[in-house]
Design a protein around this ligand. Structure first.
Ligand SMILES: [Zn+2]
Length: 110
């Protein structure tokens, strides 16, 4: 199931700089927090490197409001068409270099 979700996310990703599609080996899974999966992507076309957050919702929960804040959500990239299983929404994030704080939820140390 998770591999299938990952394939769908990779297939839906497009480089924001050159609109190239990504290969699975160019996508690093960083981690997940609730329904949001975080990835770092490397574009083989233009060398662009950016962070993507994918909101992965199971069928039947698609109407549920996300609790992403506006800053977390970032810029909507490319919503995937709904199907029987999942509904994926992809967001670009500005990569600040401290993405680990996404998963801890705390700013424990400098
Ligand atoms: Zn690119």
């Amino acid at each position: 199931m998770e591999q299938e979700v990952l394939k769908r996310i990779v297939a839906a990703l497009r480089c924001s700089q050159c609109s190239a599609s990504f290969k699975q080996e160019g996508v690093d899974f960083l981690g997940s927090k609730e329904d949001v999966w975080y990835f770092m992507v490397d574009c083989s076309g233009c060398g662009n490197r950016e962070m993507v957050a994918a909101l992965v919702q199971q069928a039947g929960e698609a109407e549920k409001c996300t609790d992403l804040t506006e800053s977390e959500a970032g810029k909507l990239v490319d919503p995937v068409e709904s199907d029987d299983l999942i509904d994926i929404h992809l967001y670009l994030k500005d990569f600040s270099g401290d993405f680990k704080s996404l998963f801890t939820g705390t700013m424990g140390h400098a």
